[in-house]
Ligand binder design. Structure first.
Ligand code: AMP
Length: 216
């Protein structure tokens, strides 16, 4: 069993790669972004509180996201956990270490998906997902084969994120470099960091990740 963190700026492909690992290796994806979006659409108090913060591209407070992860980490999972978009601050990283220790687990490897910042804008601004199964597409790089119909599940509701705009992206990038990128050094110093080239084709990135996981 391997427990991993996917680390990288918005648009690096963390969600896309996480979904493949879920399908191929029976891992469990824990995405705080997905959890927060679910809280918003189900209209919980917390969801309402974080909506504006998320739409502007700022980080939600540590206590909220740590609480969301804590709820999920009750037992180890045989296939391992994929932390996607969490931790995003040093405080969250320390909390994750403690929460994993509580269930007798630890983080085995942190995969930094490295990308060129200019490429990110293009990726994010054209991004859409299937509202039914969550498959990720892009207007130019990877459109659905039949316009408006998901290749994966045949769903016909495509969604765009409210924070996938140029303006919110600037804030999200700033949050990444200010608060999250120090985690690269943090996990390097713990001997857990592995870096893959996130600009390569999706399949090539997946193969690079598989190689790291197979030798872990
Ligand atoms: P994501 O889907 O990972 O890009 O997250 C979307 C938005 O949710 C972020 O821009 C933040 O506003 C919020 N968010 C998700 N995960 C975290 C986290 N670990 N810490 C703080 N805010 C988060």
């Amino acid at each position: 069993m391997v427990n991993i963190i996917l680390l990288g700026p918005p648009g690096a492909g963390k969600g896309t790669q996480a979904k493949r690992l879920v399908d191929e290796r029976d891992m469990v994806q824990l995405s705080t972004g997905d959890m927060l979006r679910a809280a918003r659409s189900s209209g919980t108090e917390m969801g309402k509180r974080v909506a504006a913060v998320m739409d502007r591209g700022n980080l939600v407070t540590d206590d909220i996201v740590i609480g969301l992860i804590e709820e999920q980490l009750v037992h180890p999972h045989g296939g391992g956990f994929i932390f996607d978009g969490f931790p995003r601050t040093l405080k969250q990283a320390d909390a994750l270490g403690d929460l994993m220790a509580r269930i007798g687990q630890n983080i085995d490897v942190v995969l930094e998906i490295r990308v060129d910042d200019e490429a990110l804008k293009h990726r994010i601004v054209g991004r859409y997902t299937c509202g039914t199964c969550g498959a990720v597409y892009h207007d130019e790089n990877h459109p659905t084969r039949v316009p408006g119909v998901c290749d994966n599940c045949g769903g016909t509701t495509m969604k765009r994120r409210a924070d996938d705009t140029e303006e919110a992206l600037k804030t999200r990038m700033l949050a990444y470099y200010r608060d999250t990128s120090p985690l690269i050094g943090y996990y390097y110093a713990k001997g857990k960091l592995a870096t893959v080239d996130g600009l390569a084709e999706m399949d090539t990135v997946a193969a690079a990740i598989a190689k790291v996981l197979d030798r872990t």
